[in-house]
Structure formats: C-alpha cells, structure tokens
Design a protein around this ligand. Sequence first.
Ligand SMILES: CC(C)(COP(=O)(O)OP(=O)(O)OC[C@H]1O[C@@H](n2cnc3c(N)ncnc32)[C@H](O)[C@@H]1OP(=O)(O)O)[C@@H](O)C(=O)NCCC(=O)NCCS
Length: 192
Amino acid sequence: MAVYPITRYPATFDLRDGTAVTLRPMTRDDGPALAQFFLRIPEEDRFFMKDDVTDPRIIETWAQHLDYDRTLPLLAFMGDRLIGDAALVRHRGGYRRDSAEIRVVIDPDYRGKGLGTILMRELITVAWDAELDHVDFEMVAGIQSEAIEAVEGLGALHAGTLTEYVKDPHGQPHDLVFLRLPLGKWWQWTNF
Ligand SMILES: CC(C)(COP(=O)(O)OP(=O)(O)OC[C@H]1O[C@@H](n2cnc3c(N)ncnc32)[C@H](O)[C@@H]1OP(=O)(O)O)[C@@H](O)C(=O)NCCC(=O)NCCS
C-alpha cells in the first residue's frame, strides 16, 4: 500500500481574515486538546459523527494507536488552540486500497474563513501524492449542506445516495449522500 508523504508539516496557512493557522498531523500528546476541541463542537454536529467523540477514552485510544497510513489526522492550530480536525481514512490493502475517505470538523468560532477548504485540500493533495484513485465524502443531506457545498467547490462529484438512510435527533429521516473526487489528472485540472 502506498504510504503518505507528509514531510511538509508543520505548515502555516493564512485564513481569509488573515489569521495564521498551523497544520500538522496529530501526535500522541494531542489527546486532551482534541477532547476539549470536540466539547466545543455543537451537539447537532457531533450527532452525525461516526464515533462518540465526547468519550475521552475514544480520543485517547486514537492518540495511543496512531497509524498515519491507515488514518492521517491533520490538526489545525491557532497559537495553542486546536481549531480544526480533518482525517484521511483508508482501508488496509485489498479491494479498497486505492481510495480514502475524508472527514472534517471545524471549531464553530472559526467556520466560514476557509479553514475547512484548506484542510480538505491538504488531505486531497496527500492522497494525490500517494497516487490514490479517488477520495470519498459521506454527508447527510439537509444537515451537512455547508460541507456538501464545500466539497462540490473542490470538484467532487455526486457518486450516489442512500435514500432516507439516517435519522436526525428528532427521528426525521435524511438521505446519505456520497461524493467522490477523482484524483490524478482530474485533481490537477480542478486544482490549477
Ligand atoms: C463543513 C465545515 C467543515 C466547513 O468548514 P469551514 O471552515 O466553515 O469551510 P470554509 O470556510 O472553507 O467554506 C467552504 C465552503 O463551505 C460552504 N460554506 C461554509 N460556510 C457556509 C455557510 N455558513 N453557509 C453556506 N455554505 C457555507 C461554502 O460553499 C464555502 O465556500 P466559499 O467559502 O467559497 O463560499 C464546517 O462547517 C463544519 O465543521 N461542519 C460540521 C461538521 C461537518 O458537517 N463535517 C462534514 C462531514 S465530514
């Protein structure tokens, strides 16, 4: 399985409002900061995450079992404050080894400033460097509309929908939407 080239981190980027953020992969010591970060994420966003990120044991398990080639968590810091978390998640070997999923969540105080786009762009570039075929995104229609717009803006295409597949906290069903960003020349063309 191709490994991710990540020597470019830490790297600094400017948000749209001029705020400087530093991106780097998560390390073993980041558990407590990440747990605090997820407590700042609104319950309605956390509800749709794949893990119970309010459980400190889950975060600590992530911190103690880092394997960047399986899951590359890229963190964004403004000074000491953790303000964004994105992950490139892939399957080990086998039939799905050429694709990866991207997940991203931004501190509500720092949304709408371009950080989500920067983190996604970085992880897409990492996947592109590793010569993966595509990256995928899973979003809940009518709930994660901002995220859908953000990945469409990066060139992702609708790859399928599972109709009324998930329920929100009020029991209302929503479609689960799959978006796919082809890499290779597609990413080169949409990126330049
Ligand atoms: C989705 C999310 C990651 C976007 O992060 P962000 O830093 O605010 O995103 P950006 O500032 O880079 O904005 C990217 C695009 O998202 C869309 N967007 C962002 N904020 C928006 C808003 N308030 N209303 C509508 N669209 C919005 C726009 O298309 C925007 O593009 P533009 O800046 O060219 O207009 C963030 O809202 C978040 O953490 N949401 C909760 C978690 C989530 O839904 N994750 C996705 C599932 S993996």
